[in-house]
Design a protein around this ligand. Structure first.
Ligand SMILES: Nc1nc2c(c(=O)[nH]1)N[C@H]1C(S)=C(S)[C@@H](COP(=O)(O)O)O[C@H]1N2
Ligand SMILES: [Mo]
Length: 344
């Protein structure tokens, strides 16, 4: 059974979590996929919307949705997580949206490669980054600005970086960026610019608010603020649910695990504290950018309360820490989470 609606974190501009029930599915229904918006949704008409492609290109272009749709079609399953997901696990609590664990979801995005669009305009050899501007705007950092983010050339030209116009086989819903959004697999959600209005090839690094003032890891102490990029390794438990009352017979504990850096190679469980980590079974992703199923047969247990802790490792050698690494803006919180259940 899927929860009927998203969990509202802030009503306007809408920020809402994927309901816990919906996290059990490999692909989240579009209407339950978490939403993160910095500004109110712009109202764009797919019939008249045009995307400008300009900057350091051979020939600047303006493309309508029908012209974009004639480029080679690509469909990718992608797990998307907001960089602020699990911010509530950080203490002291940083500023920012109060995300619990539901700012993550998975969808099938259909569209075209950003690289194919850039190739039509012809990228100049001096190109350094690709700026993607959106149609939503508002007041941030003391100025009236639009949401805008840049990508380094290798990511912008990667064939899996999409300009998507479909989500789960249907046209993009307004809250997810209709009629056109970027999807940057493996990176935290801020890179996947919604309501795309302009793609501009830059020869200088972009220094906009959402590039330099937000979505940076700032550990304080005057060190450099590092841009947020790939999703950190993380596992979630979807079954049993926290607070669930179980019998004392064996049950399957299961969930998802993902990492933006590399495939998840190992998921471990520790029951009732302690450091006796046991291996769960980890399945390959059914698509390379989707989260991976893991499961663990939890054999026998005494009646009473039990704490399940789960941690994931990826092929790049990353593992979830026991406690989250605090940073000023509260991004990338990926400490081991626990679920408490009761057996009786
Ligand atoms: N134009 C625009 N694009 C945006 C945002 C935004 O506020 N405006 N938020 C970003 C962030 S922080 C995230 S996590 C993802 C969320 O995408 P979703 O709302 O489709 O889940 O959109 C990204 N793209
Ligand atoms: Mo985000």
């Amino acid at each position: 059974m899927l929860g009927e609606s998203r969990v509202i974190v802030r009503p306007t501009p809408l920020c809402a979590e994927t309901p816990q029930d919906a996290l059990a599915a490999e692909i989240t229904p579009a209407g339950l996929h978490y939403v993160r918006s910095n500004f109110p949704f712009p109202e764009l008409d797919a019939r008249t919307h045009r995307v400008r492609v300009d900057g350091a290109v051979g020939e600047a272009l303006e493309l309508g949705m029908d012209e974009l749709a004639r480029l080679p079609r690509r469909t990718l399953g992608v797990t998307l997580e907001c960089a602020g997901n699990d911010r509530l696990t950080l203490a002291p609590l940083p500023a920012g949206e109060l995300w619990g664990g539901g700012a993550v979801a998975a969808a099938e995005w259909g569209g075209v490669s950003l690289a194919d669009v850039l190739a039509r305009a012809g990228v100049a050899p001096s190109a350094l980054e690709v700026l993607v501007e959106a149609a939503d705007e508002g007041f941030a950092g003391g100025n009236e600005i639009c949401f805008a983010r840049s990508l380094p050339m290798d990511k912008a030209l990667h064939p899996d970086t999409l300009l998507a116009f479909e989500m789960n086989g249907a046209p993009l819903p307004p809250e997810h960026g209709a009629p056109l959004r970027l999807v940057v697999p493996g990176w935290y959600g801020m890179a996947s610019v919604k309501w795309v209005s302009r793609v501009s090839v830059l020869t200088e690094p972009f220094a906009g608010y959402f590039q330099r003032e937000r979505y940076v890891m700032d550990y304080g102490a005057g060190g450099p603020a590092v841009p947020v990029a790939e999703m950190a390794v993380k596992a979630v438990v979807t079954e049993p649910r926290g607070g669930e009352v179980l019998g004392t017979r064996p049950v399957t504990v299961r969930g998802w695990a993902w990492s933006g850096a590399a495939p998840v190679t190992r998921v471990q469980l520790a029951v009732d504290g302690g450091d006796a980590w046991e291996d769960a079974r980890v399945h390959p992703a059914s698509h390379s950018y989707l989260w991976q199923r893991w499961e663990y047969e939890w054999a026998s247990r005494a009646s009473g309360r039990h704490t399940l802790r789960v941690r994931a490792h990826d092929a790049a050698g990353n593992v979830q820490p026991d406690s989250p690494r605090w940073n000023r803006l509260g991004y990338g919180a990926n400490a081991v989470r626990s679920v408490v259940v009761e057996a009786r």
